[in-house]
Design a protein around this ligand. Structure first.
Ligand SMILES: [Zn+2]
Length: 156
């Protein structure tokens, strides 16, 4: 799972309307293990960022960046929650045989897109976003889903 992780961030941000920058911070926390995994060759490391010391590094980064941007303690906890939810969401993608949902592009696309759209629905309902902001939000969500389609049907 990759873009589905944004759904966790969007859903959690929906519980804290009107907190500026929170959605960006939570999105960062939610995808951090995958981001580090993908860029780990740049750091010349093969560390597993989904467990052990790699996950601890993620936790430290989440708290450090949250503190740097002066988020209050509750929001730091939500960042940790976003990071924590990464693991159960990856659960169905762990095995490498055909029971791995990644092995089925349509299944993967539908699951991840549904997660994103459901979370976005709650986010928009809770945020009372005015039309211009809503346009940007809708554009971002469309790009995320487009990326998922690209991943499922072009790369794989
Ligand atoms: Zn992951």
């Amino acid at each position: 799972m990759f873009v589905g992780h944004y759904a966790a961030a969007i859903a959690i941000a929906a519980t804290r309307p009107r907190k500026k920058g929170l959605l960006s911070y939570l999105s960062f926390c939610a995808v951090l293990p995958d981001l580090l995994m993908m860029t780990s060759s740049l750091f010349h490391t093969t560390l597993n960022y989904h467990a052990d010391i790699g996950l601890l590094y993620c936790l430290i980064a989440v708290l450090a960046i949250g503190s740097l941007f002066r988020f209050e303690r509750t929001h730091l906890y939500l960042g940790v929650l976003s990071l924590g939810l990464h693991l159960p969401l990856d659960y169905f993608y762990m095995s490498s045989d055909s029971t791995n949902l990644y092995a089925h592009p349509w299944m993967d696309f539908i699951l991840e897109s549904l997660l994103i759209l459901t979370a976005s629905f709650f986010f928009v309902k809770r945020h009372d976003i005015h039309s211009k902001k809503l346009k940007w939000f809708a554009l971002a969500i469309s790009l995320i889903i487009l990326f998922q389609a690209f991943w499922n049907f072009y790369i794989n």
